[in-house]
Design a protein around this ligand. Sequence first.
Ligand code: G3P
Ligand code: MG
Length: 236
Amino acid sequence: MQIFAHRGSSARAPENTLAALRLAIADGADGAEIDVQVTRDNEVVLVHDADLLRTTGDPRPACGCSAEAIAALDAGSWFGPAFKGERIPTLTEALEAAGDRLRLNIELKPAPGRLDLGDRVAAILKEAGATGRCIVSSFDAAVLQRFRDVCPTVPAGRILAGDSAGLDPTDAGFVSVEHTAIDAALVKAAAARGIGVHAWTVNDPRRALVLASFGVACVMTDDPAALRAGMAKGRP
Ligand code: G3P
Ligand code: MG
C-alpha cells in the first residue's frame, strides 16, 4: 500500500507548499496529494480553500487574484515562525520539487465556472513531461471529465465523501474515498473492475493496517513518517 502525504506533509509543514513537499520526500512518502485552483490570469496554484484567508490572511479567492499577487503572499507564518515567507507554489514549481521522487495526486478544485482548470492542468503536465508520474482527482465530475477528454492517459478518479461512497459506471483507474466509508466489500467490488481504492485522510496506523488488509492501494496521511512508523509497530 502506497503512502501519500496529504497536502504534502501537512502535520509538520504548511499545507500545499514546497516545504510540505520537500518534507514528504524526507519522510519517505511515495507521493503527495495537492489541491489546485486557477488564478484570474490562468496560472495553476496550490490552494485548498475557497479563499486565501486561513493560510495567508488575504480574504480573496485564488480565482480573483493574479499569479503575481498570489506569489507575494506569505503562506507559512500561519503555521509557525519557522515557515515565515513560504509561498503558494504554482503547479509547475510543485512538479519540479517533486521530481521523480514523489508521485503527485493533483486534486482539481475548480472555482464556479472555471472548468478550464482541467485543460490548464493537462497542458502543464504535458509541458513538464510529468504525465507518467501524476494522477488527478476531483469531487467535481464536470472538471474531471474535462481533464479526461484532453489527457486520457493520466488516471483521473472521483473523490467520494463518506456519505456517498459507491462506484458508478464512469469510474475507471481509481477512486479516492473518505476512509470511514471503506470496507472490504467496496475494495473487492472495485478490484473486480480493475479499479484501485485510495483512502483519505488516514492518520491512525491501526486503521491504515486494516485498510491495507482490505487491499486499499494508497492511503493519504498528514504525517507519512509517523504513519509508517506506527504501522511497523502495529504489525504482528
Ligand atoms: O484528495 C482527497 C482529499 O484531499 C479531499 O478532501 O478537503 O482535504 O481536499 P480535502
Ligand atoms: Mg485535497
